[in-house]
Ligand binder design. Structure first.
Ligand code: BG6
Length: 468
């Protein structure tokens, strides 16, 4: 393109976090335990989530720093277990109060709250009764959703249902939401998936009924799948994996139907979920107002050779679904990798944006994108992260190209606003614009230090993306 389209006026420049990764205060003020809190094991030499970045106590300072960067939006998640400690019973006034305060603080600072209703941290009390394997969890989610709409709907206009439902299914065995002793865990995952799809649809519907002004959408992790070569078998494998990993979730959310290619995979593997009467109508009748998605990298696959498990190649985050036969992960020789083995692919971001918009024609907001790295405080007290600036700048350039291509994007909330505990490598893997001075096991003073990327992003926002 010779002539780039500018970023839209009123674009939501911001960043993201999730409750369990940033808040800490895991058992304070009546909060119930979540599946995250009850995890027995963490990856070796990594911390738990008990204190995290202590955002629960330091949120005012954090919001002040976000305002200083010029944030127009902040995407955070509400911990279900603060609002309804046992998942479905009593509402906890102290939990309601915390998010009331946070939302008010944001609004005072002219920052639009964008709320994820559920980001991995299912109430443990529900898990103990089967979690998403149990259909009753659908009702618990809808009840929780109503409490949120009732209490925050006067101030929160943008809602996200479930964070990365597709990753919860594909990493299901790792997230503590699946009983490993089940006879057929893979089939069970797709049963859980179906229940989550119904829960999401019901929540979208209730949102539209209760809050006619509000907008709601799903928030999966979407990355376009490349074939390893132009061999027809590889193209077919990539097409299958695109359907299984991406379109299964978005077709269900937007069109209320199961993607055919993904469905035939479920049939072939014997993973077809039980669908009760009325479920498909519920899916059909609910419509999202926009699509939010998280993007870190593209993926490349080749045809399966039929041996062993077919794995995907996301460095530290291996995805294993079922047995061999569909696709095989492939390292893309054209892409550099970050320190954790994740491929870096800004052009893939443009491709993914185009593809999602072509398929669904709904406005898009990016709710995660970012670079995990081992940042450190220099002797002069600064934190220099040019590698993160480089990553974000290249992705923003490609996003602007996608906007120029005609894709409707209304916001960019990279991961993460402030340093938090990563899902896989504890505190040492950092993503934030704001450094949180703690170590894996030594909490120090949790002092906030704006990184070099903080000042860079501030300029980006002030110029509405003209100065990248
Ligand atoms: C996304 C999640 O999968 O990726 C976040 O929504 C997570 O919760 C992020 O932190 C990065 O993954 P990780 O393992 O590097 O923290």
């Amino acid at each position: 393109h010779t002539q780039l389209k500018p970023f839209p006026k009123d674009f939501f420049w911001g960043a993201s976090t999730s409750a369990y990764q940033v808040e800490g205060a895991w058992n304070e003020d009546g909060k119930g335990p979540s599946v995250i809190d009850m995890r027995e094991k963490y990856p070796e030499r990594t911390t738990d989530y008990k204190v995290a970045s202590d955002h629960y106590h330091l949120y005012q300072e954090d919001v002040r720093l976000m305002a200083e960067m010029g944030f127009k939006a902040y995407r955070f998640s509400i911990a279900w277990t603060r609002i309804i400690p046992n998942g479905t019973g009593e509402v906890n006034p102290k939990g309601l109060e915390f998010y009331n305060n946070l939302i008010n603080e944001l609004i005072e600072n002219k920052i639009e709250p964008i709320v994820t209703m559920y980001h991995f941290d299912l109430p443990y009390a529900l898990q103990a009764r089967g979690g998403w394997s149990n259909r009753e969890t659908i009702d618990a989610f809808v009840k929780y959703a109503k409490v949120l709409f009732d209490n925050y709907g006067d101030r929160v206009k943008y809602w996200l249902t479930i964070n990365e439902q597709n990753m919860m299914i594909m990493h299901g065995k790792a997230l503590g939401t699946l009983d490993p002793n089940l006879e057929d865990p893979d089939r069970e995952l797709y049963q859980q998936n179906h229940h989550m799809l119904v829960a999401q649809a019901k929540a979208m519907d209730v949102c539209h009924q209760m809050l006619p002004q509000a907008l709601i959408g799903p928030a999966p992790n979407i990355s376009y799948i490349y074939p390893a070569s132009s061999k027809p078998e590889d193209i077919l494998a990539a097409q299958s994996f695109n359907s299984i990993r991406n379109w299964l979730y978005l077709d269900a959310a937007v069109y209320g139907r199961y993607n055919k290619t993904a469905w035939s995979f479920l049939e072939e593997k014997g993973y077809v979920p039980t669908i009760v009467e009325g479920d498909m109508e519920i899916l059909k009748n609910a419509k999202p107002d926009f699509i939010a998605f998280n993007y870190y990298t593209s993926k490349t696959v080749e045809a399966s050779n039929g041996e062993g498990n077919d794995k995907n190649n996301t460095g530290d985050q291996e995805i294993v679904i079922g047995e061999a036969g569909v696709y095989k992960g492939h390292n893309n020789p054209n892409l550099p990798k970050n320190e954790f083995g994740w491929e870096i692919d800004p052009i893939g971001f443009r491709t993914t944006l185009r593809e999602v918009y072509d398929r669904y024609q709904l406005p898009i907001i990016i709710t995660e994108n970012g670079l995990g790295a081992f940042d450190k405080v220099e002797e002069d007290g600064t934190v220099r992260d040019p590698y993160r600036i480089d990553y974000l700048k290249k992705h923003l350039e490609q996003m602007q190209l996608a906007i120029t291509d005609g894709v409707e994007v209304f916001g960019y909330c990279p991961w993460s606003a402030i340093d938090l505990i990563s899902t896989h490598q504890g505190a040492k893997k950092r993503y934030g614009f704001i450094f949180v001075d703690r170590e894996e096991f030594d909490l120090k003073e949790l002092r906030r230090i704006p990184k070099q990327s903080f000042y860079w992003y501030k300029e980006v926002i002030a110029s509405n993306g003209e100065k990248l």
